[in-house]
Design a protein around this ligand. Structure first.
Ligand code: FES
Ligand code: FES
Length: 168
């Protein structure tokens, strides 16, 4: 007999492609992305909205995917870190800058930070350091100070401006 806890279909767009998966009513979006859709670039740390590791874009707006149910994603357009670059041979300016400036160590926090910074740079192509630090205040990095992350964000903004604002 069917119960209210049974998985149900969820239809959404992920990284520009239509997707369908099954989600129990209480499954959060992060676990749906990782487990059902095998998009393991989205990391899960605290699972209660504090660390920022699970950040994705939902209809272009950053969201903590550990605080959103997968079923709430029905009909939404989700962008994960796998969707930042145009394809597997491409590198997004944020990824390029993080690589160039050694802005990551273990990389656990990095996908979430990249997604929040991509939202920032889409709205503000020339942010100042304080603005970058304000965005980063929602992310916890266990490994390092934030100096290289800030520098990489500013470098990515410069790279994007040189590309005429186009990430790809
Ligand atoms: S895992 Fe979602 S904010 Fe930490
Ligand atoms: S690079 Fe390790 S948690 Fe940030």
């Amino acid at each position: 007999m069917a119960t209210t806890q049974d998985p149900r279909p969820v239809h959404l767009s992920v990284n520009g492609k239509p997707c369908r998966g099954m989600a129990a009513p209480r499954l959060h979006l992060a676990d749906f992305l990782r487990g059902e859709l095998k998009l393991t670039g989205t990391h899960v740390g605290c699972e209660h909205g504090v660390c920022g590791a699970c950040t994705v874009l939902v209809d272009g707006v950053s969201a903590r995917s550990c605080l959103m149910l997968a079923v709430q994603g029905e009909g939404c357009s989700i962008t994960t870190v796998e969707g930042l670059a145009a394809d597997e041979h491409d590198t997004h300016p944020l990824q390029q800058a993080f690589h160039e400036l050694h802005a990551l160590q273990c990389g656990f926090c990095t996908p979430g930070i990249l997604m929040s910074l991509s939202e920032l740079l889409a709205a503000n192509p020339d942010p100042d350091e304080d603005t970058v630090r304000d965005v980063l205040s929602g992310h916890l990095c266990r490994c390092t100070g934030y100096q290289n992350i800030v520098a990489a964000a500013l470098r990515a903004a410069q790279l994007l401006r040189e590309r005429g604002g186009h990430a790809r």
